[in-house]
Design a binder for this molecule. Structure first.
Ligand SMILES: [Zn+2]
Length: 417
């Protein structure tokens, strides 16, 4: 009786956003998937067709800052923020203290995850000891407990070291996930080396600093056969290099963030909320990224959710810390700007947010979903975030889509109050 009611309720009061998700829920029997998650009571509240169901989103690039920097974010607050954005699995970057570069250092983070994580939280292991680029980490020791290896926050400068890391990762059946940045080319820059930087006398970060290292790594990935994923691509040259590498059979995928698809350096303001690394690039870069999203060169959307304290973000473009938060705004922004206004299909949007990251990183979709009022329009208010970080260039931006409930593994992990 309960199952039948659930099935009826499900079918009559909610919409599926895309065809793949509908098929997934049909094949796995909605009733079976959700019987533990939702009470019959739930359906009495939700009896209306204003609700849309999304499968649990997956973000392969977030910073939850713990251990080491829990004044910025914790695994608890970060995973609550993710749940509030409809995410049910995230991968946490290793620029922590201690850096997870050994079994012992990783154990600290695993303990906190076991205790505090509200959704699936999958840590990266560092590629090099302390992310210092001098010596490879204990990749073998950590392999069974990490999602992949990354030195996010900086690039691995030494070519021979990166090659050896790829060989070892391949032997372990793990991916190398690279933040690509040539230190020599940075020259103290902190926003894109473009018109805004020139007009306002800021120091620029050139596009080469990103794509030169991608170019190097694509050759190494080709030579070693290692599965390789590029973090947060931001330049047109990066898109074109990865497009060509894919065509020639290199085992490569990549991500970009909503901010690189919606903003360019024309939108910059003199505020730390507009500062992240890589920076907002030229409008021609944004257009190339959009093309890459549509033609499949860019595989997935990652937020690079990177919270800092209010103080660290209050020092303008030159002096604030790099990084913005993104987990609670990603779907509303992608839905509003790329789907409603930009014309990408529902199926493509779900590939980017759910299916492609899950497939590449081996994170299957279980009884994980979120329920949204997609017609609800509102202005983004950072004070309402569950994240401890407040810095976003999208404060006061009007978007559609309010998450009302998120379920992970059949258990309610977020409900709009
Ligand atoms: Zn990065």
């Amino acid at each position: 009786m309960f199952i039948r009611k659930l099935k009826e309720g499900w079918n009559s009061c909610m919409k599926f956003f895309d065809s793949k998700t509908k098929k997934y829920f049909d094949e796995n029997s909605s009733a079976e998937l959700f019987k533990n998650a939702l009470s019959t009571d739930f359906f009495s509240h939700f009896r209306s067709d204003e609700y849309t169901v999304f499968p649990g989103f997956c973000d392969v690039h977030v910073h939850f800052r713990q251990p080491g920097f829990s004044y910025k974010e914790t695994i608890f607050s970060g995973s609550m923020s993710a749940a509030a954005g409809g995410y049910t699995d995230v991968c946490t970057m290793p620029n922590l203290s201690p850096v997870p570069d050994s079994v012992e250092h990783l154990a600290e983070q695993l303990d906190i995850i076991g205790r505090d994580a509200q959704i699936g939280v999958h840590p990266y292991g560092a590629i090099t000891v302390g992310e210092l680029g001098k010596e490879l980490s204990d990749m073998e020791g950590m392999a069974k407990d990490v999602i992949a290896f990354s030195d996010d926050g900086r690039g691995v400068q030494d070519t021979a070291m990166m090659k050896e890391a790829m060989q070892r990762a391949k032997a372990l059946g793990k991916m190398i996930v690279a933040h690509c940045e040539v230190n020599e080319l940075l020259r103290g820059g902190y926003i894109h080396d473009g018109e805004y930087a020139r007009l306002h006398s800021h120091k620029g970060i050139c596009s080469e600093s990103e794509y030169k290292q991608i170019e190097r790594d694509l050759k190494l990935a080709d030579e070693t056969g290692c599965a390789y994923h590029v973090c947060h691509i931001s330049t047109k040259e990066s898109v074109s290099l990865i497009r060509d590498a894919k065509a020639s059979g290199v085992n490569v995928t990549c991500e970009t963030g909503p901010h690189y698809l919606i903003l360019s350096d024309r939108d910059l303001r003199e505020s730390g909320s507009f500062k992240m690394n890589p920076p907002l690039r030229d409008i021609s870069d944004k257009e190339a990224l959009l093309e890459g999203v549509c033609d499949g060169t860019i595989d997935m959307i990652a937020t690079d959710h990177a919270p800092h304290s209010a103080d660290e973000k209050s020092r303008g473009l030159a002096k604030s810390a790099f990084g913005i938060v993104g987990l609670e705004t990603a779907l509303p922004l992608m839905y509003t700007y790329l789907y409603k206004m930009g014309g990408i299909s529902a199926d493509r949007l779900m590939e980017l947010m759910v299916y492609s990251p899950r497939q590449r990183f081996g994170l299957p979709l279980g009884a994980d979903f979120s329920i949204w009022r997609l017609d609800e329009e509102y202005k983004i208010d950072p004070e309402k975030f569950l994240s401890m970080g407040r810095a976003t260039p999208f404060a006061d931006t009007s978007v559609f889509g309010r998450c009302v409930l998120t379920v992970r593994n059949g258990k309610k992990v977020f409900e709009l109050k």
